[in-house]
Design a protein around this ligand. Structure first.
Ligand code: NOJ
Length: 557
């Protein structure tokens, strides 16, 4: 199997791992994770097969939104370390072949940012026009993103004597990107971090960043919001060559292609596939793979350099906002029936193993499915060992608990008193006593070692990141059989979302009896007959990756 002349599009088959330095490993014992701790664990990530690290915001912040409320875009939160410590961690990662990207959160600042302090202090402040002000709140305001805490996108500011726009919390005033000076500053911020060694950004809240809501000065309208996104991508390209923009765009299918830059692929490099993620949960709840299959088939066709980022959990609520009310109710009933597990009326504040009742067959099936989907998989820290949530933590913090390294004090995260940790550690069946890295490293049958196998196989199967995708016909609603093909390589993946064993008949029209299906996650081969047919046996919640092996293939072993 070969990758033909496609340039260095490293993100097309990367394994991305998202972590918050604050909750990963506390090296100096003050209760807060730090860059020195992260640097100590880069080898762990390399061993897991991670090729791209996504750092959640590490900038100075009052930390009212886990760092998404920034007071200095050029700084490093002193609790996590210095610029020097950050650069050491980046250098160590690069040395192990791991690229590093970080959150770029420029839709808004913290209300404690010096720019906003100045802006609100006087209409004549040079920073006044860096934010969006109105004498009266707009009537056609959008729905607040956090309806439990906000009732409007506009907040009256006593000092300013005007309302300012905030699409998220009121302590996060929106920047005015129609102001060219703001756009220049954003470019400088990106240039700064690229120069320091980052390989790109996870761009926060892209549709909100591009919108010009509330801006009344016609002369200041962006020529076209997507021209601006194209400018940002062009800037990253010029400064870093192969740097990426991985965008958070949770929009309907028909709006996504535009954010990639259509068939030119010159805006976002990657987008999270929120639609497939949500349909995957619906499929699991129903034990019916068809909603997921439909979502995957419904993806718009992308330019070669564009890519979907696939994921099953992230640091936010498991949003189900793109499902209908009744579909969402089905997922809630299956995976988070108690109101304490739900948040904002649209999501779940749980991690996968807890939602699946700790069933190891089902947990592995989900991750096998994730890694077999066409796209680039993104893991949220702790998924690789099956961490659970702590519902005692507030809101979305339930899934942002410290990493569990050992069964010892504070799960080996920190030697500080538990009261100094960033959040409570899960108790019960998902406590560090039962779920930790140290034990799983020593256990060949652990989830951690299974995940390392998945990352290896994913990297060995470029069809998954690069190839074309088709759903294979077979008779069972609960089974997803799909095939990814790239160049002369082809991989079939079969997943059973149901609890009953199934024997799945498959037919590969372009194959005959000279071809065998070679298992990639376990030993075994299945011969095809003269018509290219075979029966694939799956356990309840079973999964198989099968390489389509033709005589003389050198890519198979
Ligand atoms: C999206 C982030 O994922 C979320 O955690 C944050 O609260 C909002 N953006 C606001 O920055």
């Amino acid at each position: 199997m070969k990758i033909t002349d496609t340039g260095d599009l490293w993100w097309k088959n990367a394994v991305v791992y998202c972590l918050d330095v604050e909750t990963f490993l506390d090296w100096d014992g003050d209760g807060c994770g730090d860059f020195t701790g992260l640097a100590q664990r880069i080898d762990y990530l390399a061993e897991l097969g991670v090729t791209c690290l996504w750092l959640r915001p590490f900038y100075p912040s009052p930390d009212r939104d886990v760092g998404y409320d920034i007071t200095d875009f050029y700084g490093v939160d002193g609790r996590l370390g210095s610029h020097g410590d950050l650069v050491e961690a980046i250098r160590t990662a690069r040395d192990r072949g791991i690229r590093v990207i970080a959150d770029l959160v420029v839709n808004h600042t913290s209300d404690k940012h010096p720019w906003f302090r100045s802006a609100r202090s006087s209409p004549n402040s040079p920073y006044r026009d860096w934010y969006v002000w109105r004498d009266e709140p707009e009537k056609e305001a959008g729905a607040p993103v956090f309806p439990d805490q906000e009732t409007s996108d506009w907040q009256y500011d006593e000092k300013a004597g005007q309302y300012y726009l905030h699409r998220f919390y009121r302590h996060q005033p929106d920047l005015n990107v129609t102001n060219p000076v703001v756009r220049d500053e954003i470019a400088k911020v990106m240039g700064f971090w690229l120069q320091l060694g980052l390989d790109g950004f996870r761009v926060d809240a892209v549709p909100f960043l591009l919108e010009t809501m509330g801006v009344t000065d016609g002369a200041r309208k962006l020529p076209h919001p997507h021209d601006y996104l194209r400018e940002l991508r062009g800037f990253v390209g010029r400064r870093s060559g192969d740097g990426i923009l991985l965008g958070e765009v949770n929009l309907a299918r028909d709006q996504q292609l535009e954010f990639f830059g259509g068939s030119d692929g010159d805006e976002l490099t990657m987008q999270f596939d929120f639609i497939s993620m949500q349909k995957l949960y619906l499929s699991m709840a129903r034990q019916d793979a068809r909603p997921l299959a439909e979502a995957l088939l419904d993806r718009p066709p992308l330019a070669l350099e564009s890519q979907w980022a696939t994921f099953v959990r992230n640091h936010d609520e498991l949003t189900l906002d793109k499902l209908t009310d009744s579909e969402r109710a089905e997922v809630f009933a299956a995976f988070g029936p108690d109101p304490s597990m739900q948040v904002y009326g649209r999501g779940l504040r749980r991690r996968i193993p807890a939602m699946l009742g700790g069933d190891p067959r089902r947990i592995r099936m989900v991750y096998s499915l994730l890694f077999s989907l066409p796209g680039t998989p993104v893991l949220f820290y702790g998924e690789e060992i099956g961490m659970g949530e702590n519902l005692a933590a507030e809101g979305r913090y339930a899934v942002r608990t410290p990493m569990q390294w050992t069964s010892g004090k504070n799960g080996g995260f920190s030697s500080a008193a538990p009261s100094r940790l960033p959040g409570p550690i899960p108790d019960g069946g998902f406590s560090p006593e039962h779920v930790n890295v140290q034990d799983q490293r020593r256990d060949p049958g652990s989830l951690l070692n299974f995940m390392a196998l998945l990352t290896k196989r994913y990297r060995e199967c470029p069809e998954l990141g690069w190839g074309s995708f088709e759903v294979l016909d077979q008779p069972y609603a609960e089974v997803l059989a799909h095939r990814c093909t790239w160049d002369d390589g082809s991989l079939v993946a079969v997943h059973n979302l149901g609890s009953e064993p199934r024997t799945v008949p498959l037919k590969l029209d372009d194959c005959d009896e000279s071809v065998v299906l070679a298992d990639q996650l376990c030993d075994g081969t299945t011969p095809l007959d003269g018509s290219g047919s075979a029966e694939i046996v799956l356990d309840g919640y079973g999964y198989r990756w099968l390489r389509v092996a033709r005589p003389g293939d050198r890519g198979v072993w």
